[in-house]
Design a protein around this ligand. Structure first.
Ligand SMILES: Cc1ncc(C[n+]2csc(CCOP(=O)(O)OP(=O)(O)O)c2C)c(N)n1
Length: 356
């Protein structure tokens, strides 16, 4: 397990294709005691919240799909340091942890899973469609790759309005193979948009490994034919992710356009709750669990004596309470009323193509 000093020295590989002038190595820097403690609290909440979601789903407390983020927490922990609260986030369906890190109320995230009216999307979205306008979270999208052009569109709107914001557009390694990526990369480079494309590369699209679907398995090379600055980042390290996202965000804010980050991570659980996981070995899962980002951050905290054992136990108890309260809130909240079916739906009364 890495210590604080070792952690801040983690190297980050660069992609062979880089825009002229882009730095050839990601700058590394140390992070403070406060940051490590926040990372521990945030990642523990994501992990415990999701473990609870898995249990509740098995108990059939809510239906639909349920894709857990467990194992990938360092990506969002790193992001939380590298971005500003005014920046925008859009992602796919593995989206319960994104609102948590952005500061949405965990009660409302859980209520959304239950389809309750108090949920983040008023109970109309469920697991795959978490939106929070106040936190600039633009979903939660179930169509693989759909959010890639939308992320560029959000960045276009900010540029058009002269806003100092960047948009982070998450996608899986499977989504990165959708055609929408190529059109979007081209337009984003032509228009120099303030967007960070993040491939949350957990090695599998459902049960299919990158090697089975991709001639070029190094996903950072996808930016090469668009001359987009592209990097591979250790996604089990919040430090490496924070460095990479901060540098990409600075590039976007300066008017230097998009960045592609191939963040190498791993999901410990199946693709969704009904996945026998025959496509990978138990040893492979164990190898990644040995690099667990929560263990690593706690290790740094303990080695530096930044928290006492009692204080660590208090954080763990607080997180447990937050999760339990969110379940209680979700269970006690009402279901949407029938009339809500007709609310928040886009209508155009003079739409010419539909006839009675
Ligand atoms: C357009 C489209 N095709 C297929 C699917 C079915 N599908 C759902 S998830 C998924 C795998 C996507 O994997 P990846 O992008 O790597 O994300 P991960 O699940 O690993 O986070 C597929 C093929 C879909 N939802 N949308």
């Amino acid at each position: 397990m890495a210590t604080g000093a070792a952690a801040s020295k983690k190297t980050t590989k660069t992609a062979p294709a880089k825009k002229a002038g882009a730095s050839s190595t990601m700058k590394q820097k140390g992070y403070s005691k406060a940051t490590y403690i926040k990372w521990y609290e945030d990642m523990l909440l994501m992990r415990k919240f999701e473990e609870k979601c898995g249990q509740l789903y098995i108990q059939q407390k809510f239906g639909g799909f349920c894709h857990l983020y467990i194992g990938q927490e360092a990506v969002l922990a790193g992001m939380s340091v590298g971005l500003k609260p005014t920046d925008n986030v859009i992602t796919a369906y593995r989206d319960h942890a994104h609102p948590l890190i952005l500061g949405s109320d965990p009660k409302r995230v859980m209520a959304e899973l239950y389809g309750k009216t108090t949920g983040l999307s008023k109970g109309k979205g469920g697991s795959m469609h978490m939106f929070d306008k106040e936190k600039n979270l633009f979903g939660g999208h179930g169509i693989v790759g759909a959010q890639i052009p939308m992320g560029a569109g959000i960045a276009f709107a900010d540029k058009y309005r002269n806003e100092d914001h960047v948009t982070i557009t998450f996608m899986g390694d499977g989504a990165a193979r959708q055609g929408s990526l190529h059109e979007t990369f081209n337009m984003a480079m032509i228009w120099n948009l303030p967007v960070i494309f993040v491939i949350e590369n957990n090695k599998y699209a459902m049960g299919t490994s990158i090697e089975r679907t991709s001639n070029v398995a190094d996903m950072s090379k996808l930016g090469a034919s668009y001359d987009m600055p592209s990097f591979t980042v250790d996604g089990m390290s919040p430090e490496a992710v924070a460095d990479a996202i901060a540098e990409a965000a600075a590039r976007g804010r300066k008017g230097d356009g998009p960045t592609l980050l191939n963040i190498e991570t791993y999901r410990y659980k199946g693709h969704s709750m009904s996945d026998p996981q025959k496509y990978r070995t138990k040893d492979e899962v164990k190898d990644y669990q040995a690099k667990d980002p929560i263990d690593h951050v706690l290790d740094v905290i303990k080695k530096n004596k930044w928290l006492t054992e009692a204080k660590i136990k208090t954080i763990q108890a607080d997180v447990k309470n937050i999760v339990e309260e969110s379940v209680k809130f979700a269970e006690e909240s009402p279901l949407p009323e029938a009339h809500e079916l007709y609310e928040d739906v886009y209508t155009q009364t003079d739409y010419p193509y539909v006839r009675d």
